[in-house]
Write a protein that binds this ligand. Structure first.
Ligand SMILES: [Mn+2]
Length: 275
């Protein structure tokens, strides 16, 4: 029995099946941890959603920004971008079931000292606190008030955490850190304009995981979201978005021994530079 963490799939269903074959995944015995962004930009988001949903207990999935975008588009609170590829999901006969399943997924999952989250964690948050904050968002998104939640999700302000935040401002900081953050300042102010590699950090900002006083330093954070950074393996960080949808690789890492499994990917049609 093994646990494999899989990077951002973004609708690349063929590559996901190839990767699952490569790791010789045994349903019922092995588990797959998905870092989120199952959908969008790639060609087969619908098939990916159906496949991962059908994995049931064998899959642990956290939400990414593209997954949340799909939910917001479906409810009419956001529009598709030119390179979004969500129509097949939105018009599928099982759309309602798939989106209802998606809404019930966690923002964060932890087991022992491992934490699965799509993008990152703010430096002030301990693992316990991050799990509590994730649960606040999960309660909104998974509950009857989810339309209100989705309608107020968009925006990059406030850009830093404070215990005093309430309501939509509070949810937005939690969601933005966990699903969109790449760079922040040493005191946890998030920067969202820059999407490039770690060495193009804007003045005053560093990759979120490099903040010296980060309270989750003793944990192992498993995340994706940063395809321009590529594979980042260190004692406390497994960054595994290797840009499948941009024609690079889809990565799985076996958590027990950190063995890597990768498949090459076809570039999706259209501009390959956007993140
Ligand atoms: Mn993402």
């Amino acid at each position: 029995m093994a646990t494999y963490a899989i990077g951002d799939v973004q609708g690349c269903f063929d590559e996901l099946l190839q990767l699952v074959a490569k790791i010789e995944f045994k349903p019922g015995a092995d588990r797959l941890w998905f870092v989120g962004d199952l959908v969008n930009r790639g060609p087969q988001s619908l098939e990916v959603l159906r496949y991962v949903k059908d994995l049931g207990e064998s899959a642990v999935v956290v939400l990414g920004n593209h997954d949340l975008h799909l939910l917001a588009v479906a409810e009419g609170f956001a529009s598709q971008h030119n390179d979004d590829t969500l129509n097949a999901v939105l018009s599928a006969p099982d759309c309602r079931e798939l989106l209802s399943w998606l809404r019930g997924l966690p923002m964060l999952y932890r087991e022992e000292n491992r934490v699965l989250v799509h993008a990152g964690l703010l430096p002030q948050w301990t693992t316990c606190m991050a799990a509590r904050l994730a649960a606040e968002v999960e309660e909104e998104l998974g509950g009857s008030r989810y339309r209100e939640f989705l309608s107020r999700l968009y925006g990059s302000k406030p850009d830093h955490w404070s215990d005093d935040l309430r309501g939509a401002d509070r949810w937005r900081v939690i969601v933005n850190a966990m699903t969109r953050m790449r760079f922040c300042s040493t005191d946890g102010v998030m920067e969202f304009a820059t999407k490039g590699e770690v060495d193009v950090a804007p003045a005053g900002f560093i990759p979120w995981f490099d903040v010296p006083a980060r309270k989750t330093k003793d944990d192992v954070i498993v995340c994706g979201h940063w395809s321009a950074m590529g594979l980042k393996i260190s004692p406390g960080l497994l960054g595994i978005d290797t840009g499948c949808v941009w024609g690079r690789r889809l990565t799985a890492i076996r958590l027990e021994d950190r063995r890597l499994f990768q498949v090459g990917c076809r570039p999706a049609s259209g501009p390959a530079l956007r993140q």
